[in-house]
Design a protein around this ligand. Structure first.
Ligand code: S3P
Length: 426
């Protein structure tokens, strides 16, 4: 699967119940099962490369996993030293959260990843962990994987993070559970909060007050998780953009998490003029429901706040901006440069090759909406870039190369896309 040629879409009206399960919640569900005293049960786990790597890693760390293809049952006797190198593949979430989980575990562990992950910054987690006593090293003074971790005693901390990152926050919360006293973690803007919700649901003593999270070390093992992973709003968003840019079309995205830290991109698309409504169906660890999206003519917007709530969706939102009337501006989004690709450069170059006027800045870009033209775009190994430009193809036709990365988060993406248009994969 090297390249896809996408044809423009005709009008569509769809209900989609098979959006990929949430990646963030899937990673956490298997990792947190290691902290419990019983059998955790996970339904609708995301069977994509990133999260299957996390599942494999917890098996290497001694978890017993029973999988009937529908429900995954996990029990653990605590983290065991692994004979294997722990390979997180393409996943920054996997690597950063495992750093927190393993920094106090008994034994020595090596975390590695693919060539993209081995180039992404890890100091944001290794530095605060080392400052509380963790023994971690890696290339560039602990900034780049492979990382070596020798479990150690961790000191309590009051950490003020400069980055609004759920990966950093989650890493430090996991470390805090085994520190020698009460810890606090403060972030500059609220990042996604699945870790806090899920660990609290399992009985951890965690209090959230605005941007400050207070974590009490674990006195006992946690109660097992019983969770059905909702659909991933970041994956669902590709089909929201598809409906928003295709005249007279609409889509209902079923069973998606409606966690406010995850649906900001839908709110941004609403601000652009799309007709969007939300239908809450249940609320256990997370609010879950359906999102209805209808086409309407789009206009430009400014995006400068809550960037961490948009970090995975900005590439797809940029396609909507390219189709909208006027000049859209994205600011304060420097974090985009250290995701699966430098997403500022990949978005800017991709849109420019589609004939769109885009200006690049250090922390974002300006897009002048007009008519997209068919082009050849390379994903740069970034799943969100690949899927965003494929969705752009629904407007004008497109050839997108380097597609394997889509399997990291949304293995059935093409199956769903075929409900809207014709594609040729080679
Ligand atoms: C994630 C957090 C985000 C996001 C990533 C998943 C998570 O990264 O981009 O895809 O599951 O915690 P940052 O927290 O580093 O922004």
């Amino acid at each position: 699967m090297n390249k896809v040629v996408v044809s423009p879409a005709k009008v569509f009206s769809l209900n989609i119940s098979e959006i990929a399960p949430d990646k963030s919640i899937s990673h956490r569900s298997v990792m947190f099962s290691m902290l419990s005293n019983g059998v955790s049960e996970i339904e609708n786990f995301l069977r994509a490369e990133d999260t299957l790597n996390s599942l494999k890693i917890i098996k290497n760390l001694g978890a017993e996993v029973e999988d009937n293809g529908k429900t995954i049952k996990i029990s653990s006797n605590g983290i065991q030293e692994s004979f294997e190198i722990l390979d997180c593949g393409n996943s920054g979430t996997g690597m950063r959260l495992f750093c927190g989980l393993l920094s106090s575990a008994k034994g020595h562990f090596i975390l590695t990843g693919d060539k993209y992950l081995r180039g992404r910054p890890m100091k944001r987690v290794t530095a605060p962990l080392i400052s509380i006593g963790a023994k971690i090293d890696g290339r560039e003074n602990g900034d780049l994987a492979p990382l070596s971790i020798r479990g150690a005693s961790l000191k309590a901390f009051d950490y003020k993070s400069q980055i609004a990152s759920a990966q950093v926050k989650s890493c430090m919360i996991l470390a805090a559970l085994h520190a020698d006293g009460v810890c606090t973690y403060t972030e500059p803007e609220l990042s996604r909060d699945h870790t806090e919700r899920m660990l609290k649901g399992m009985g951890a003593d965690i209090k959230v007050n605005g941007l400050k999270t207070t974590i009490n070390p674990l006195k006992n093992l946690l109660t097992p998780l019983k969770i059905r992973v909702p659909a991933d709003p970041s994956s669902a968003f590709f089909f929201a953009v598809a409906a928003a840019i295709t005249p007279d079309s609409n889509v209902i995205l079923e069973g998606v998490t409606l966690n406010p830290t995850r649906i900001e991109a839908f709110k941004a698309l609403e601000r652009m003029g799309a007709d969007i409504s939300y239908e809450l169906l249940e609320d256990k660890y997370e609010p879950v429901g359906n999102i209805h999206v209808k086409y309407a003519p789009l206009h430009a917007i400014l995006v400068e706040n809550n960037i961490s709530w948009l970090i995975d969706e900005l590439p797809a939102l940029s396609i909507a901006m390219a189709c909208a009337k006027g000049e859209s501006l994205v600011k304060n989004a420097k974090e985009l440069r250290v995701k699966e690709s430098d997403r500022i450069t990949t978005v800017v170059q991709g849109l420019q090759s589609c004939g769109i006027h885009v200006d690049e800045y250090e922390d974002g870009y300006k897009i002048i909406g007009s008519t997209l033209k068919k082009a050849k775009v390379d994903s740069g190994g970034d799943h969100r870039i690949a899927m965003s430009f494929i969705i752009a193809g629904l407007k004008c036709g497109m050839e997108v190369r380097d597609l394997e990365c889509i399997n990291t988060s949304f293995p059935n993406f093409f199956e769903l896309l075929k409900k809207i248009t014709t594609i040729e994969i080679s």
